[in-house]
Design a protein around this ligand. Structure first.
Ligand SMILES: Cc1cc2nc3c(=O)[nH]c(=O)nc-3n(C[C@H](O)[C@H](O)[C@H](O)COP(=O)(O)OP(=O)(O)OC[C@H]3O[C@@H](n4cnc5c(N)ncnc54)[C@H](O)[C@@H]3O)c2cc1C
Length: 458
């Protein structure tokens, strides 16, 4: 790129959000001059596949569900069908670790009520949802769930939140994380009633499938990146409105752009946005996990069928849970081998991230050995600890979401999307990126509907 060239659109961050935004905008405006700036040596941000000795593991996402139109559109456009690998929730169960044992859990929250892993009187208490009045003020997920369904539901809710946020249900805000569920509660006076009523208006599609790629999730990102102009190893240090455009100061050059899309993780975005407009706080809490990758000869371990397991906090176990990776995607290990990816750390145990690899592996092995039959040591071990963390949408996050809306409305040409503002999942990032792109064609206010009810699958 030439020095001081004026860009139509500057995108900060070549993670999923930045790349997906570039993709959808380019589709509508192939003539726009879009430049992406990325501080790292590589694209992908939190998404990074680790391949070694025929084992394929993920530092970040292990998959996303194929039930979101925007994600399907993106995948179709990339034309990489032969590389897609899917694992359907219809065929795969997940387990909850309760009292030191693995219990298969139904893939849908309401089916938990029908199953026999909850005592009779606790099921009766769940029906309290029909009469409990909604609480107006912002609530933690734990307070909200206990108020509506009773205490016995908490381990299940904890497992869902461990599997998505590696978070703490006593801190995360139900209003910020699941605004759609709070909306159902308000509209229908009951979440269960609201769920069934709104279900009638939704098309019946069956359970979705977890999506990844033969070569791992990085492949998806690299395919997207091929189509765009990306300046790697360029850190944007400051952004400033400058008459009717934006001045972007990086560690390499100063640029001007008519529009700027801040597509970084929320905390990196707040660093850039706060000097433009003071934000209510400078940082949201984060949660980090280590992925302890264990490869075995197939004869050396008896992994139960299914996707994996999650352990609620009250079980006090070392690992948060494990993905049975080769049950989902068999090509992730060499012939005759299987692989598990064990998650450690999270919001409750940041101290575990300080442990050396050998300790992490040993403690995970002890944990797993009490849950399944392991007759041989692993033949492959690798610990992935990334600097990327899950932003936590904890109590108070509504203020930061309001800040995002206000600043984007106040400054023309400024668009904000990315990890941790309104959600943390890949589908949510792709949806938001599409909304940003749509704003370029319509110049509309934010049209995304964060209050849509998100499916909850474990
Ligand atoms: C361990 C882990 C596991 C996950 N598992 C799942 C899963 O199974 N399923 C799922 O759906 N989601 C999962 N996620 C979430 C998913 O990874 C995110 O939704 C997604 O990757 C976020 O993309 P992003 O582009 O918004 O942010 P990021 O990935 O953080 O990318 C932002 C980019 O901006 C760059 N950047 C930051 N500041 C600057 C600057 N000043 N100048 C230039 N560049 C800058 C960064 O280097 C980075 O590349 C997981 C996340 C983590 C961390």
């Amino acid at each position: 790129m030439k020095k001081n060239q004026h860009l139509d659109i500057a995108i900060i961050g070549a993670g999923l959000s930045g790349l997906a935004a570039a993709h959808f905008i380019k589709k509508i405006h192939p003539d726009y001059h879009i430049q992406i700036f990325e501080k790292s040596k590589r694209v992908g941000g939190a998404i990074q596949t680790h391949t070694q000795d025929g084992f394929i593991a993920e530092a970040g996402p292990h998959g996303y569900l194929d039930n979101v139109d925007e994600s399907r559109e993106l995948l179709n456009d990339l034309n990489i069908n032969q590389h897609i690998r899917k694992a359907s929730l219809n065929n795969f169960i997940r387990y909850l670790c309760l009292n030191g044992r693995l219990f298969p859990i139904p893939q849908h929250p309401l089916k938990i009520i029908k199953s026999d892993i909850m005592p009779f009187w606790s099921k009766v208490r769940v029906l309290g949802d029909f009469i409990k009045k909604p609480v107006e003020s912002e609530q933690t997920i734990a307070d909200w769930a206990q108020h509506r369904f009773g205490k016995a539901i908490l381990p299940f809710i904890d497992a869902v939140i461990t599997g998505t946020f590696a978070g703490d249900i006593n801190k995360l805000s139900i209003d910020a994380v699941y605004p759609g569920i709070k909306k159902l509660e308000k509209e229908y006076g009951s979440v269960i009633k609201g769920f069934f009523k709104s279900k009638k208006t939704r098309k019946k599609k069956g359970l979705p499938a977890m999506t990844n790629f033969k070569q791992g999730m990085s492949f998806f990102i690299e395919k997207m990146a091929e189509q765009h102009s990306i300046q790697l190893e360029t850190t944007v240090l400051a952004i400033k409105p400058d008459q009717d455009s934006w001045k972007i100061t990086s560690d390499k050059q100063i640029f001007k752009a008519s529009n700027i899309i801040v597509a970084t993780n929320i905390n990196q975005a707040l660093n850039l946005l706060n000097p433009v407009e003071k934000s209510p706080f400078l940082k949201v809490p984060e949660s980090r996990i280590a992925n302890v990758v264990l490869g075995f000869e197939a004869s050396g371990i008896d992994i139960p069928p299914g996707f994996g397991y999650l352990a609620p906090q009250k079980e006090n176990r070392f690992a948060l849970g494990a993905m049975f990776s080769t049950h989902m995607f068999p090509e992730r290990a060499p012939e005759g081998h299987v692989m598990l990816e064990v998650m450690v750390g999270g919001r409750h145990h940041p101290d575990y991230m300080e442990l050396v690899d050998e300790d992490l592996i040993e403690k995970c092995m002890i944990d797993l050995t009490s849950l399944m039959n392991i007759s041989q040591n692993p033949v492959f071990t690798h610990v992935i600890k990334t600097k990327e963390a899950f932003p936590q949408l904890e109590i108070g996050h509504l203020k930061i979401q309001a800040y995002q809306k206000n600043i984007a409305a106040k400054y023309p040409g400024l668009f904000i999307t990315g990890f941790g503002w309104n959600g943390i999942g890949m589908n949510e990032m792709i949806k938001e990126a599409k909304t940003v792109a749509d704003q370029f064609s319509t110049k509309n206010e934010r049209s995304a509907n964060p209050e849509q009810v998100k499916g909850i699958y474990f």
